[in-house]
Ligand binder design. Structure first.
Ligand code: PMP
Length: 389
């Protein structure tokens, strides 16, 4: 089997599995003051430190959550609600980049419903999938009141890296707040939490377990808890911590942090894949190819080979990838990311995403390109009518 869908979820790293196993064996509630509780607390704090290092942040800024979806919900709802506690700091404007993950986009929609004084707007991207900084500058200048801006560090579908330092400069000059979803970027490019106010991370995208994530919050940034109950995590996220998930998350964060060699290897695999792809189908379109991209991701379309057909063919050959569009109730919905980049529907319906990670090997490149070659030959084969003519 050839697993090339690391952006959907990356298999559990061996380091992470042993940390999970150790945490499960340790047991204990991190809030208990007896020896077992203290051992559990030590596991949580060790993981917190490792995750902070990955994001160039203080351990105190890390709040553990059930994953990046919860983190994005907590950041947006929490910031809007938390800002009501100050007099002149009420958030009244929300600017969300068009290519954000649905956990940001859907939360932004709900936010406008729940807080009617918040005016939302979408920030466009260029044809290469990079945020339009001029549009951000203009948006921040218009209107009154505090703004909250959400721009991801890199896109999960195309891998296109966003200019967060430039975004941060504009946001800071405007006295606004910045949420950076760093889920796909984590471990692939350097993260710098000092550039933003909120940052989202997810364990299972870096080889940790599913169901564990974090929201990093700058000291002093508004945040109202969205889960209340026990006073865990300084009252910002109630609930007994997911000890095993957090332990595995910490181990994965530690593994990717020192992963220069791993990144170079992944980049090499991705480049070999794209070079072979161009041989197979010279007409292939690689989305965001002229922009800075994560080393792991290749989003492309071979015109005439629909993603639906390709996914079935690849799967039969034991190759697992994603389509660039989402499939629900039998209908293929065109990716909002490609739409924002101005990609036409016909081409977008052919979009495939191949994403490499720590467990990828050259055999995966050979298997996937071999399978794509067969599929490409099939769509180019003359039909019976052509032959008869
Ligand atoms: N943000 C981005 C950019 C993602 O790719 C994902 C996962 N597809 C999420 C957020 C949500 O992460 P989780 O699965 O941890 O809820």
């Amino acid at each position: 089997m050839h697993y090339l869908d690391h952006n959907a979820t990356s298999p559990l790293r061996p380091e992470s599995l042993s940390a999970v196993t150790h945490a499960v064996a340790t047991g204990g509630n991190p809030s208990s003051i007896h020896a077992r509780g203290r051992a559990a607390r030590a596991i949580v704090e060790d993981a917190r430190e490792k995750i902070a290092v990955l994001a160039n942040a203080d351990a105190a800024s890390v709040i553990f959550t059930s994953g990046a979806t919860e983190s994005n919900n907590l950041a947006l709802f929490g910031a809007a609600e938390g800002s009501l506690e100050g007099d002149d700091s009420r958030i009244t404007r929300l600017f969300v980049c068009a290519i954000e993950h649905s956990s940001v986009l859907a939360t932004a929609d709900k936010l406008a419903e729940r807080f009617p004084w918040i005016r939302g707007a979408t920030l466009p991207v260029t044809a290469q999938g990079v945020i339009d900084l001029e549009a951000l500058r203009v948006s921040l200048r218009e209107g009154k009141g505090r703004a909250l801006v959400a721009v991801m560090a890199a896109n999960n579908e195309t891998g296109v890296v966003q200019p967060i330092a430039d975004v941060s400069k504009l946001v800071r000059e405007a006295g606004a707040l910045l949420l950076v979803d760093a889920v796909p970027a984590a471990g692939k490019i350097a993260l710098d939490f000092s550039l933003c106010d909120y940052m989202t991370l997810s364990a299972h995208k870096i080889g940790g377990p599913q169901g564990a994530g974090a929201l990093l919050v700058r000291n002093g940034a508004p945040l109202s808890p969205q889960l209340v109950g026990g006073g865990q995590q300084k009252g910002l996220r109630a609930g007994t911590e997911n000890l095993a998930g957090i332990a595995g998350f910490g181990a994965a964060a530690h593994a990717v942090r020192g992963g220069e060699g791993e990144r170079a290897r992944i980049a090499h695999l991705r480049d070999q894949f794209e070079a072979a792809l161009k041989q197979i189908a010279p007409e292939v379109v690689v989305f965001g190819a002229d922009a800075a991209r994560l080393c792991s991701t290749s989003c492309f379309a071979i015109p005439g080979l629909t993603a639906q057909t390709a996914l079935i063919g690849l799967d039969l050959d034991g190759v697992m990838v994603s389509s660039g569009s989402t499939c629900s109730s039998g209908k293929v919905a065109i990716s909002h990311v490609l739409t924002a980049m101005g990609v036409q529907g016909d081409l977008a319906s052919c979009a495939l995403r191949v994403s490499f990670g720590w467990s990828s090997a050259i055999e995966d490149v050979h298997a996937s390109t071999g399978s794509l070659l067969k599929l490409r030959e099939r769509i180019r084969a003359p039909s019976l009518n052509d032959r008869a003519a």
